[in-house]
Design a protein around this ligand. Structure first.
Ligand code: SF4
Length: 1200
């Protein structure tokens, strides 16, 4: 009910219903938009029955109602129980039941009233008043006669005998007290006590005993008489006495247990038990309605519902398209699981999805065994809601396997949802012959199909519209939307008002950045784009796959692979065989749509990208330095100044049409931008709008990993599947996303702008605004001064230290946030940064203070004839300060502030940086929310590194990993560690040896040997640029470089058959694709350990070490500590990325030559990918190396 779609469903139900019954605490539903007044507006004829504990008014109106509490509070418990025992409750929830009956009567009366008046009624019914009304004669005794009541057990206060008596084997209720009846009609006219005494108890003297002759006397002598009767009754069993009582007219009744009650001849005669067929439990017995109509009992039309049965049934009224099934499925699943637990084998529906043995959607038949294994692993991981790391070497069809497995699961999940729904409606124990059940099942099936067809038809329409637009676009050159750019208006002093904070602006409606109407519009656009909802638009949502990769080019690889899958997520449609003919690596030409051929529905896909990729406002693109900021500014404009591509709310249909076009045909970013241009609708916001209904969303890392980005896009990862491709980049990305930077120049500009602003508006700002801004000035001033002081110290120091070596230096200091604040001095450290940060972020809809301050400063700059540069269209500098403040205020022990001197000492700048040392917290939010996380990469080794850094908190059974072999036969790869050089010396390229000309000369000889053997291209990776440059200089001098050139062209760019020099971890290694003759050998020189001189690295390593020390499990003897492990892992991660790309397909072959004896150590070897490490050989001497290489290439040549 708290979810918007739930409320939507309820509103629809209210519109259609006669009666609403609720038992929320008074006023609660009104806060949820479901109070009587809300519902009355939706349906004035509604009978709204509120059943509460104490009613809608009065001091107890907010108290919850409990039967026993009200029994106690409203007198019932006081009169219930034995007089000498504590109060007792009634055996059933009598007050609850009575209240229901009162409510029932009231509803019937209200229906009659509505028949006459045509108006609904609000019924206020409650336990408390019901119970008081139920006090009946007890209440009258008090109200009229002023008599307080007391407890009498089963006895009557004023009639004796009138109570329960024990017999030998049970109890009897006897009531015999009316001595007036003697004068009245026979046979009841006889004195009941006389009959009891004489005929039943066979003690007629009792009736004449003056102590018991009259009822008054018996009341006065109650104890004596009760004792006598009890003693007599105890002599015989209950059956004996029942025989005696029968037919004499003395009221009596046995105290029956529940079985005896249902076996009672009257109960049998009146058919108080009915049998109904329950779809899950077979025939069940129920109590029949207590009332007959014209001598007939009402039929029991349906069995009692099971948990959520009607929720799922009524849920269809809401977003009843394909997506809702997923939610329904979960409800059904929960209910069934609950029952399975309770009833065990009775339940037969198994909702678990078994892992398939084959994947018919895979475009190659048959797939390689490792591809099937990988797909099975992915499928199981998703089904079992786990986190996994998978390593699938380049060239093994990783993307295709990931898509195929995850989308196969998604299709099966949809099918399961349908099955669950049908099962929940008709039940698994249903007898197929039962026409009612069959009919219900059939009806639901038809409705589901109709929903899906209806949805498909809508997308087909969108496809046709897109076709038409494309045809039209082909026939003409789309005119660029041009607008007359108004002459720059000279700002004047009055216009300064627009820069005042919202509350102080005297002309909000005129000169503000955004008018209230536009603000409302933006709020709607924003909320609509978040929720995907337009007015009156039902918004289905569904389980989806978020496929993230790091770069745009990696993301563009996904669509061609998707289109090659022989898979449709639609149950009622089929994928065309034509898709099979799309060649590998090619995507379906978008022009195919122009043929008018029927395009079969396929996965609803959305590509999310940045404004830079998707903005179609060319005017803005041409002039804006920052598109995000420029677009935000345009959103704040009104009239024809606003972006023409973002439809107004009244043109919402245009955006929804475009959304359907996006979903109707899978598009990558370029296709999406083109479609947006054709539809003249913003693809950036269009893609956002399509998120809820999309099944596959491709997006760059930052949009997935940053909470703010997810929130802005309306991405809810709950129970969704997240695939992170190229995941070896994940940890560095997480660390960089947690980083905020504040260059000194930005800090200084912000300070200047805030000072200017405060001095201008000092007298017009509210005291609160002024106070916040003054505090900001103090803080910025202190920070600025400290940065300058720090810089002075560094320049002075470096000038001395670096004298004669280099005028370029980089000085770094790492500190905690608390240390920084302490260094700013008492005045600044006493300021509550949280308040300032809150103030800066306080205004909504981009009306941030930062923009106003920057705006005023820009205006002043323009006024001063450009002596100061205007920053219009750029992010306000204060935003960077704000981001830095956010980091400082949220700083944890995982965070560090770094000061860096970044350029030449004479005029160097300082950069302030806040960074998390721990990548895990940022990612944990994703892990906690998602159903399943798949980290995939060509080379994820060492996997332990990822596990330690990201998943150390996960229970072991939640995490799995999978490492694929390669699709190449083993003989296509030669991996060797060369530990000895031609002169027999051990090869080791530590940092200290990298400048040694002897070492470099020997390395040159080694490479020359390799060049002579390797038949085609060869890549040589150096651990650093320094080493590479030094080596090249030495070889150039010795003429060795020329010798290399005789055999192979030397290059630093890829070329067929050439010798390529590269550096591990540098730009070149990312995205390397050296198939076939481009690289028949990859040589890695040394181990690229990071520079331990970096204070930031040292800080991170120390942090990891501290974390390890705090863990309860201590490391085993001889085991490396966590910081050493991390340091080594960082190095091997980089090596693995470089060597993992040499082999691109099954027929490819190459040598991987690791030049350094340290590669032979078990700890380093174990960090290689299995498919390389398993066949790794360590050569004894250089002769063996040369021999081995020669044999490998000879064999390969023969084989090919
Ligand atoms: S609304 Fe869209 S098209 Fe317009 S400026 Fe913003 S991103 Fe560009």
């Amino acid at each position: 009910m708290t979810a918007p779609e739930g409320l939507e469903i309820l509103h629809k139900l209210v519109k259609q219903s006669d009666i609403l019954v609720e038992n929320f605490i008074s006023g609660k539903l009104a806060t949820m938009g479901l109070g009587y007044e809300d519902c009355k507006k939706l349906n004035p004829r509604l009978i709204y029955a509120s059943i509460t504990g104490y009613g809608q008014t009065g001091p107890y109106r907010k108290a919850a109602g409990y039967d026993v509490i009200v029994e106690a509070e409203a007198g019932l418990m006081h009169i219930t129980g034995e007089s000498d025992r504590p109060p007792s409750k009634v055996g059933v929830a009598a007050t609850d039941i009575a209240t229901g009956l009162y409510a029932h009567g009231a509803i019937m009366a209200a229906l009659l009233s509505r028949q006459q008046t045509g108006k609904g009624v609000w019924i206020d019914c409650n336990l408390f008043e019901t119970q008081i009304a139920g006090l009946a004669n007890i209440a009258s005794n008090y109200l009229i006669a002023g008599k307080e009541a007391s407890r009498h057990g089963t006895a009557h206060p004023s009639i004796v005998p009138y109570q329960v008596f024990p017999c030998k084997d049970g109890y009897l209720m006897i009531g015999a007290g009316n001595n007036k009846q003697e004068r009245d009609l026979p046979p009841l006219a006889v004195d009941q006590f006389k009959l009891l005494a004489g005929e039943i108890l066979e003690n007629p003297a009792l009736a004449t005993d003056p102590r018991f002759a009259t009822n008054d006397a018996r009341v006065a002598n109650r104890e004596a008489l009760i004792q006598i009767i009890s003693d007599t009754l105890l002599k015989q069993d209950r059956e004996h006495w029942l025989q005696r009582f029968t037919g004499l007219g003395v009221p009596f009744g046995p105290i029956n247990n529940i079985k005896q009650t249902f076996d009672h001849p009257q109960a049998v005669a009146r058919e108080v038990i009915v049998e109904v067929e329950h779809p899950r439990s077979g025939k069940i017995k129920l109590v029949a309605p207590a009332v007959s109509y014209n001598g007939k009992k009402m039929a029991v039309r349906r069995p009692p519902p099971w948990l959520s049965e009607h929720t799922t049934e009524r849920g269809r009224i809401g977003p009843g398209r394909a997506g809702i099934l997923v939610r329904e499925h979960r409800i059904v699943e929960e209910a069934i699981n609950h029952l399975i637990k309770k009833k065990g084998p009775v339940m037969s529906l198994n909702l678990d999805l078994p892992t398939p043995t084959d994947f018919p959607a895979f475009p190659y038949n048959p797939p390689y065994e490792i591809q099937v294994e990988l797909m099975r692993h992915i499928y199981t991981t998703i089904e079992q809601k786990k986190v996994t790391i998978v390593e699938s070497p380049t060239g093994t069809g990783k993307t295709l396997s990931l898509l195929c497995a995850s989308l196969t699961w998604l299709r099966d999940e949809k099918d399961r949802a349908k099955k669950g729904k049908l099962h929940a409606v008709a039940g698994d124990g249903a007898d197929a012959k039962d026409w009612v059940i069959e009919q219900t099942r059939e009806r639901v099936r038809r409705e589901l199909e109709a929903d899906e067809r209806e949805y498909e038809a809508r997308l087909a329409e969108a496809r046709k519209r897109e076709d038409l637009m494309k045809k039209m676009a082909k026939g003409r050159v789309t005119k660029k939307m041009r607008k007359d750019v108004p002459a720059t208006k000279q700002p004047n002093d009055e216009e300064d008002d627009q820069f005042l904070p919202e509350s102080e602006s005297p002309r909000d409606n005129e000169e503000m950045y955004i008018s209230p109407a536009l603000r409302a519009l933006m709020a709607r656009v924003e909320s609509a784009s978040r929720s995907g909802l337009g007015d009156g638009e039902e918004e289905p949502t569904c389980t989806k796959i978020y496929y993230a990769s790091r770069t745009h080019s990696q993301l563009t690889q996904i669509l061609p692979e998707l289109l090659r899958l022989k898979l449709s997520l639609r149950v009622f449609s089929h994928h065309p065989s034509t898709n099979e003919s799309i060649p590998p690596g090619k995507k379906r030409p978008i022009e195919d749509l122009d043929t008018g051929a029927e395009i079969t529905p396929c996965t609803r896909t959305v590509a999310l990208g940045s404004r830079k990729q998707l903005c179609i406002n060319d005017e803005l693109r041409a002039k804006s330095r920052d598109l995000d900021e420029g677009c935000r500014e345009l959103l704040g404009e009104k009239g024809d100044k606003r972006c023409p591509h973002l439809p107004l709310v009244r043109d919402e249909g245009k955006m929804l049409d475009f959304r359907d076009q996006i979903l109707a045909t899978p598009k990558d970013i370029e296709d999406l931008a083109a479609a947006g241009r054709r539809a003249q609708t913003c693809p950036y916001f269009g893609a956002r709008r399509a998120i809820p209904q999309a099944e596959l969303i491709t997006l760059p890392y930052n949009l997935l990993l940053q909470k703010t980005a997810r929130e802005a896009l309306g991405i809810d990862l709950t129970d969704q599947i997240v695939i992170i491709d190229e995941a070896h980049n994940l940890i560095p990305t997480l660390l960089s996303l947690s980083t905020t930077r504040l260059p000194y120049a930005t800090l200084a500009t912000s300070f200047m702008q805030v000072c200017l602003y405060v001095s201008k508006f000092r007298n017009r700002l509210s005291p609160a605004n002024l106070l916040h801004l003054k505090r900001l000035v103090v803080f910025l001033d202190a920070l600025k001064k400290y940065v300058l002081e720090w810089k002075e110290g560094r320049i002075g120091k470096s000038a001395i230290e670096e004298k004669g070596v280099s005028n370029k230096t980089e000085k770094v200091e790492v500190m905690t946030a608390a240390e920084l604040l302490e260094r700013l001095g008492r005045k600044a450290s006493g300021i509550n940064l949280l308040e300032i940060e809150k103030y800066l972020r306080s205004s909504k809809l981009n009306l941030k203070v930062a923009r106003k301050i920057a705006g005023y400063s820009d205006k002043e700059a323009e006024k001063n004839g450009g002596t100061q540069r205007s920053r219009r269209g750029e992010i306000p500098p204060l935003h960077a300060v704000e981001a830095f403040l956010v980091s400082l205020t949220g700083a944890t022990e995982d965070g560090r502030v770094t000061f860096s001197l970044t350029s030449s000492p004479g005029n160097g700048d300082v950069e302030l940086k806040y960074q998390l040392l721990n990548p895990s917290p940022l990612f944990k939010e994703v892990v906690d929310a998602a159903r399943s996380i798949i980290l995939a990469g060509g080379t994820m080794s060492p996997v332990s590194d990822v596990v330690d850094q990201l998943f150390s908190y996960l229970p072991p059974d939640k995490f799995t990993s999978f490492s694929c072999g390669h699709i190449i036969p083993a003989e296509n790869l030669q991996a060797m560690v060369v530990s000895k050089g031609p002169r027999g010396g051990e090869l080791e390229y530590k940092a200290g040896k990298q400048g040694d000309s002897t070492v470099i000369a020997e390395l040159g000889q080694i490479l020359l040997n390799f060049i002579n053997i390797v038949p085609a291209g060869m890549i040589v990776f150096f651990p650093s640029y320094n080493f590479l440059n030094t080596a090249k200089a030495v070889w150039h001098q010795s003429g060795l470089l020329d010798k290399f050139g005789v055999k192979k062209k030397t290059t630093t760019d890829k070329a067929r058959g050439a010798l390529l020099f590269a550096v591990i971890g540098a730009k070149l290694s990312e995205g390397l694709n050296f198939a076939d003759d481009l690289a028949r050998a990859v040589v890695i020189i040394g181990l690229p350990f990071a520079n331990l001189g970096s204070p930031e690295l040292r800080e991170r390593l120390q942090y990891v070490k501290r974390l390890e020390q705090r863990r309860p499990t201590k490391k085993k003897p001889g085991q490396k500590d966590a910081s050493a492990e991390l340091y080594e892992n960082m190095c091997m991660n980089a090596v693995n990325q470089s060597i993992g790309r040499a082999i691109r397909h099954r027929g490819d072959w190459a040598s991987l030559i690791l030049l350094d004896r340290r590669y032979a150590s078990p700890s380093i070897r174990n960090k290689l990918p299995n498919w390389i490490g398993n066949g790794l050989t360590v050569t004894e001497g250089f002769g063996q190396t040369v021999k081995g290489l020669g044999a490998f290439y000879r064999n390969r040549r023969v084989a090919s």
